[in-house]
Design a protein around this ligand. Sequence first.
Ligand code: CP3
Length: 359
Amino acid sequence: MNHAPTPAPSPANPFESSPFLRACLRQPASVTPIWLMRQAGRYMEEYRAIRDRVGFLELCKRPDLATEVTVTAAKRLGVDAAILFADILLILEPLGFQLEFARGDGPVIHNPIRSAEDIDRLAPFASAEPLGFVLEAVRLIRRALEPAIPLIGFAGAPFTLACYAIEGKGSRHYDHAKTFMYRDPGAWHTLMERLADATAVYLNEQIQAGAQVVQLFDSWVGTLSPGDYTRYVQPHMARLFRLLDPHTPVIHFGTGTGQLIELQRDAGGSVIGLDWRVDLDEAWYRLGPEVAVQGNLDPVALLAPWEELERMARRVLDQAGGRPGHIFNLGHGILPQTPVDNVLRLVDLVHNESRRNIP
Ligand code: CP3
């Protein structure tokens, strides 16, 4: 497992007293930290104004604009961490995939993997230099953010990337990807190894550029049974975690993973991401005291009337019980139709309800 060391926090260093970082390390914090997946996105007017001018991929490739979007969202919401503005699929381009974000349709890969030979044709990825625009954004964001606000870097986990590379787009059943996995396990393992290696290089370079915590998004892994996860995914995840900088906390996130969380924990990560399909208290009990947890409000709760949203948010806080090591978040990204006011009220609620004195 990837255990981040636990440096003695010094109040003189604003970063080390950051509630978010302290929660990643399971240290008591002055409030329960909160940030939200997709906190910079279409639900926010400032984001839409920029997207009216530039396409999504162009925005990802313009470090100045990626910085503006990242920093504006973190400041406007008053959250405890910023997340790099980018996308998990960007890494597929330098590997040789033609990636497009068609308006309203989500991502498309025009040359998906169809055979074992396609895997042999993947380009090598020895350095993240082809994604230099992301690394430049990390440097610019780190400089633009207040020192007390940590920056989260991220990447897609190999299974989720493999699903996109094989399906060519989002999918309900991942039938192409899973059929490939069952039919040609040798080629599957080669693909997973290549993706894990590339992801480790990419994340370590984000860390070097200034990301203080990183999150691995295994968004679609919940489609697997525990047996298939153990056989086809876990060894690659474990290897990937071993390749990452041991001093940087890693958030290991997936959705629909109630059947997998112990296996995910065993693969690695200092924080396990939970979605709303599990009760946070029960899931944390199953995971044990050696990991922090992040989650797990249903993003749809942000569309509910305030009283109902408040009830659901308090339930998450109650289930965490104020234990060190809880990072409040949604179970998945903010939806585009979310009212910004609800997000602002949620951030205030979490801070006000969890404020405490720490030794
Ligand atoms: O959390 C953040 O604010 C950081 C930025 C971020 C984006 N995508 C920006 C984005 C992160 C961390 C991601 C991760 C990502 N991207 C995942 C894993 C998390 C998840 O949601 O499951 C996946 C599967 C993708 C692939 C992807 N990118 C999809 C399926 C889509 C289309 C869905 C949609 O909301 O349109 C995207 C596009 C995308 N990535 C947008 C944003 C803000 C919307 C693009 C737009 O402006 O139109």
